[in-house]
Ligand binder design. Sequence first.
Ligand code: SAH
Length: 421
Amino acid sequence: MKIAHEPCIDYTLRNFIYLFIKYSHMSARIYLKVSREKSLLRKHPWIFSQAINKIKGNPMLGDTVDVYDHKEKWLARGAYSPESQIRVRVWSFNENEEIDSEFFRNKLLSAQSRREWFIEQGGLTGYRLIAGESDGLPGITIDKYDNLIVCQLLSAGADFQRYTLVEVLKELYPDCSIYERSDVDVRKKEGLEPITGWLTEPLESTACIIKEHGLSINVDIAKGHKTGFYLDQRDSRVTAGRYAKNKSVLNCFSYTGTFALHCAANDAKEVINVDVSQSALDLAKENIALNNLQDKNVSFVKADVFKLLRQYREEKRQFDMIILDPPKFVESKAQLTGACRGYKDINMLAMQLLKPNGILLTFSCSGLMEASLFQKVVADAALDARREVHFVERLQQAGDHPISSNYPEGYYLKGLVCQVS
Ligand code: SAH
């Protein structure tokens, strides 16, 4: 992997080179085929390669291009990605808006102001500041963990705008250090290499502690999953806490044990965390200690959930509450059938381990698995388990991972609170 940015490189010089490249060629023009402008008129930010009729100019990876319909009417301004099926990701639908520092400053300020309510209400020091397309910045994820900011640049356009973005972040968050975690496979589709490293003066440590809803959580922005942590499950962790009092809880796919934190803090009788990763379980143990919850009967089991649930079934173990938050099972449409089988299997096993009227919190973070299909899979699992499920709550990603009306694909994390009789 390429280590992103040597700290010794002078930023002013790098910015100068970047601006020179940026303005040394006029923006190219993309002309769409007849009636392929419909999704753009609905403000959806993606243009697929098949929709393009011709290109005037010679745009390079990530360049800003202007998009026109077949009658040469201006439609949008976006970033060109020659290797991706999504050939252009739209930055703006306003012809007068340049894609410059002011553009990014406005987007960041409005995203921050939309989040103030959640931040204050949850006492949050860790939150997603920019959720890509849903916040009008396609391909850009920005998470803030205390005074560490993590950028994940997923698309050619996002990559191209790296230094403009960093300069604006430095201006708006002068006390923060900025780190890049662009170590994701989707960059390959854009013709980009994985990149990680500091974008500002390096700090000795990439670890910090964040607060959410009164609990403290260890996060490591270099070693943790995603940009360090699963911020998106924050609200569902609170929900789990609401159900946990006096219950024996089996927290499957626990990662660093944050569902367990909320359950233990809300006086669960017992919490068992299960994960295949020992390092995740070690951090889970640290999180329990960090919150002085060592005396709360919390344990940690390194195991494959699929096997452990079967073993518990044989042992006739029973729980009051089970949490199933598996990793993404579906990366492409071709995997959907297999994924449904996987979801059905673990949900069936969990239901068989629940006492009558037990609570199952079950999740799918696969965007391709629609909410209605997920509910059907859980219903099928109930039939196989010879149990009846009453869906008592629907859960989704937290509000700092919003779903824009222009971009329904932003809805990826679904959860169901099931009462299993
Ligand atoms: N619930 C967590 C996030 C879970 S991420 C939270 O809110 O923070 C998914 C986790 O599942 C990862 O920690 C990964 O190590 C674990 N995992 C993946 N496959 C597994 C399996 N077959 N058995 C047990 N754990 C698994």
